[in-house]
Ligand binder design. Structure first.
Ligand code: AMP
Length: 583
């Protein structure tokens, strides 16, 4: 087994789906979806749920909780059921979740012939009435619309065997407490009740006490910091809609130019799809998953070691125990299903004192799981913005410039002198150089950036205040940001226009001073300057260190921030600003 810097691999001998007691139809559906092994919550929840136990689960989106409850609920439905009233009701806070959860039920329950219906506000009620009338097995509903149908007598709960309250904390935050109580009053006393919530405030506890009987308690991601030495890994995440993930991955890799990277996916199917996409984008990508023979895997690893492949797209199962010297980047194509898995994955880079990079592509709804991972690992994950087409162009030009500089310093250019001399009779030398640079640029970086499209930036909406979390939205004014006690801000006269990213500032500070990354507070990057929050006690050391060094190749003004910044208005370009929040 490879050495793990922070946590031992929690799943050296993980139980398989076949060990959980699931029916062949469900196992077949999971295999077809390319799920290789159950996630931690699935391992813990499925066996007791199959016996009819109640459950209280603290788990955020991204942990695999939907399958954890959908699979046992589907299995518990009798094959020879009589009647058309639903056997299971899942209450969810939003229409999006209603659609997602019912799609999940549909995918897993296809071979069982499960009839699943999402009902939510905003959809014409007539269609829902007809579907309910035709008979359903599982209803996935937002509380308001469910109550509406109950009142009309079109949703009858008398046959319910199971009720799931999914994302209960969000439902309470959205003011659904009374609706939920009213709905549960219509459900039979004798039933199985499941409650999932990302957080466990007292109100949720009260709800659990009132409605669950001797529940199994499952806590994914206990919030204790893990002991041990953290790997030297720069960790960042990009929030991106599912549909834009492959493009975002390409864009981020183009800008990062890794020596060799491993991209983790959740399922075999995704591994195959993504490998194909990345090859189409000019990467030399190789798939690695549990469906491959040892010989096939050895061949793939050989190509990576020899440098004939530069991207490995893998599932956790296939990558277990794998040790690749050359890896510079680990990419999580999805947020891993448990913090332990995240830690294990990123432990593959940052070895032997080299700094590695861990990048996570998260859907906005997985934002919470990122926060949990941060808490558990005690390490910060910076939310970065997906490089724009302009960023990509700048980066490509930088690469061409670096290649030209290398050639100027090292190559024998004499054989080409005759060309330059003869062209210079006709053209200005500058123009000759420009044409040569253009050709070199196009030759070294095939694939024009003309075809590149902007990838939409997304923000997370927190139901508590309705405002985006993680970073501020486009065009918002800079809010007065509370500063932690005992810290001060250092002004650095380079910013986004110079290509400065939070990690550059952290790198410069930790490289030039004895200050550790975790002591650095929030970082704000404006177009022409940046502000870094540091403990007062080390501010002078940081200022001296930064004055003595260069950031992105530039010498910058560095001083204590005086608050009355000239041109504060520059911060107005909210979309050009990155911000890293202090936890
Ligand atoms: P959830 O946390 O329920 O929103 O699930 C997150 C994502 O993980 C969904 O896209 C599921 O399809 C996927 N997923 C759930 N369980 C597994 C598994 N055991 N293996 C691979 N993917 C999974």
């Amino acid at each position: 087994m490879s050495s793990t810097p922070v946590l031992p691999d929690p799943s050296t001998e993980p139980p398989a789906f076949t060990d959980l007691g699931l029916r062949p139809e469900l196992l077949a559906a999971l295999a077809a979806l390319g799920y290789e092994e159950p996630t931690p919550i699935q391992r813990e929840a499925i066996p007791p749920l199959l016996t009819g136990r109640d459950l209280l689960g603290q788990a955020a989106t991204g942990t695999g909780k939907t399958a954890a409850f959908a699979l046992p609920l589907l299995q518990r439905m009798p094959d020879d059921r009589a009647g058309d009233d639903p056997l299971a009701l899942v209450l969810v806070p939003t229409r999006e979740l209603a659609v997602q959860v019912s799609e999940a039920f549909h995918r897993y329950g296809k071979d069982l012939g499960a009839r699943v219906l999402p009902i939510y506000g905003g959809q014409p009620i007539g269609r829902q009435l007809r579907a309910l009338d035709a008979g359903v097995d599982v209803v996935v509903a937002t509380p308001g619309r469910a109550l509406d149908h109950i009142a009309r007598g079109t949703l009858r709960l008398g046959n319910l065997a199971s009720v799931v309250l999914d994302e209960a904390d969000e439902m309470l935050d959205m003011g659904f407490a009374e609706d939920i109580e009213a709905i549960l009053e219509h459900a039979p006393e004798q039933r199985q009740t499941l409650l999932f919530s990302a957080t466990m405030p007292a109100r949720i506890d009260g709800m659990a006490r009132a409605h669950l009987t001797d529940p199994v308690r499952i806590l994914i991601a206990r919030e204790q910091p893990v002991a041990g030495e953290a790997p030297r890994v720069r960790q960042s995440a990009y929030l991106v809609a599912r549909a834009h993930k492959p493009a975002a991955l390409g864009r981020v890799l183009d800008v990062e130019s890794p020596t060799a990277a491993i991209v983790f996916c959740r399922s075999r199917e995704e591994v195959d799809r993504l490998t194909e996409t990345m090859n189409g984008r000019g990467y030399r990508a190789e798939a690695l998953h549990g469906g491959m023979s040892q010989e096939q895997r050895d061949r793939v690893m050989g190509r990576l070691r020899a440098g004939t492949a530069d991207l490995l797209v893998a599932t956790d199962v296939a990558a277990r125990g794998l040790d690749v010297e050359q890896l510079s980047h680990v990419v999580n194509f999805d947020v891993p299903s448990a913090p332990e898995s995240y830690v294990h994955r990123i432990g593959r880079v940052g070895r032997a004192g080299r700094e590695g990079v861990a990048i996570t592509l998260a859907e906005p709804r997985e934002h919470r799981m990122l926060k949990t991972i941060e808490r558990v690992t005690g390490q910060r994950i910076t939310i970065d913005k997906i490089p724009t087409v302009a960023d990509l162009r700048t980066r490509r030009l930088e690469l061409t410039q670096a290649a030209l500089r290398e050639s100027l310093l090292e190559d024998d250019l004499d054989p080409f002198r005759v060309i330059v001399e003869s062209l210079s009779d006709e053209f200005d030398l500058m123009e000759v150089a420009l044409a040569a640079v253009k050709l070199a640029h196009e030759a070294t970086l095939p694939g024009s950036d003309e075809a590149e499209e902007e990838i939409p930036q997304v923000a997370v909406r927190s139901p508590r205040d309705g405002r985006p979390a993680g970073y501020e939205g486009r065009g918002e004014r800079r809010p007065a940001r509370p500063r932690s006690a005992g810290t001060t801000q250092v002004f650095i006269g380079v910013g986004r226009r110079a290509g400065v990213r939070p990690q550059d500032l952290v790198g410069a500070i930790t490289g030039e001073t004895g200050v550790r990354g975790r002591d650095i507070g929030s970082i704000e990057i404006a177009d022409r300057f940046s502000l870094v929050e540091v403990p007062v006690a080390v501010a002078d050391e940081v200022i001296a260190g930064l004055r003595g060094s260069t950031i992105k190749g530039r010498k910058a003004t560095v001083r204590r921030d005086r608050e009355e910044r000239p041109g504060e208005g520059r911060f107005d370009g909210g979309d050009r600003r990155e911000r890293r929040d202090r936890r």
